[in-house]
Design a protein around this ligand. Structure first.
Ligand code: SAH
Length: 217
């Protein structure tokens, strides 16, 4: 069953949005999704006080829900428009997928840990997100059967860019991927033509590792 969303939660979200704004996030559209999506639904009820702090938080299975600032920054760079096809690798709690879906994107999200795939899928369904499709797979290969995507977002740190993913972008499409082992650089890759891509380094980032294969437990 869904948790309740009270005026108190809405107030805490307003403070979080102001904090994100003061840290330099400027997209009103993105900030508005942070006001609308109840982040505490994505954490265990016992931790709801933590949901509106600008911090990552454990969600079990050695994974974390990303820090709101990181989610907001990546979403701002991705600039999702209504009806765009978006691939997310690393569903985790489902929060980033919910933010992207609130912008009107058609979201395809992949998770390699079965328990997280199942819990995020049922939460997103309960929250009535009809524009999110969840997949239990190794995201290393992307989702060629649904390509091309207007946007691709990887929310785990890969040692290098998974080679098949940039080819699943549409021309003009944007991909965000943190690369590196302990600490990563967040890369923005734009597909400029059939066989050309441009890469921009957006700075340091810290994500849980991108791992191969699926995990049934
Ligand atoms: N976007 C998530 C962040 C979760 S952390 C959120 O909003 O909560 C990153 C997630 O990526 C973890 O759940 C991890 O299991 C998953 N992951 C890591 N490597 C993966 C891979 N190869 N394919 C799919 N998911 C992967």
């Amino acid at each position: 069953m869904l948790q309740t969303d009270t005026y108190r939660h809405k107030g805490m979200r307003r403070l979080l949005v102001e904090e994100l704004r003061s840290r330099g996030l400027f997209s009103e559209e993105v900030l508005d999704t942070f006001q609308r999506v109840p982040r505490h639904f994505f954490l265990d009820k016992a931790f709801e006080e933590w949901a509106y702090q600008d911090k990552p938080f454990p969600i079990g299975h050695e994974q974390t829900i990303s820090q709101p600032y990181t989610v907001a920054l990546m979403t701002q760079h991705l600039a999702v428009k209504k009806r765009e096809k978006v691939l997310e690798i690393g569903t985790g709690s489902g929060f980033q997928a919910a933010i992207l879906a609130s912008l009107g994107g058609r979201i395809y999200t992949i998770e390699r840990v079965r328990a997280l795939y199942l819990s995020s899928k049922s939460l997103l369904r309960e929250m009535k997100f009809s524009n999110i499709q969840s997949f239990y797979k190794d995201g290393y290969l992307g989702l060629p059967e649904f390509a091309p995507f207007d946007k691709i977002i990887v929310t785990a740190g890969a040692p290098e860019v998974p080679p098949l993913l940039p080819k699943q972008l549409s021309i003009g499409g944007i991909m965000l991927v943190p690369t590196g082992v302990e600490v990563q650089r967040l890369l923005k890759i734009v597909r400029t033509g059939e066989n050309s891509w441009e890469t921009e380094d957006l700075g340091e980032a810290k994500f849980v590792p991108f791992l191969a294969g699926t995990r049934p437990g």
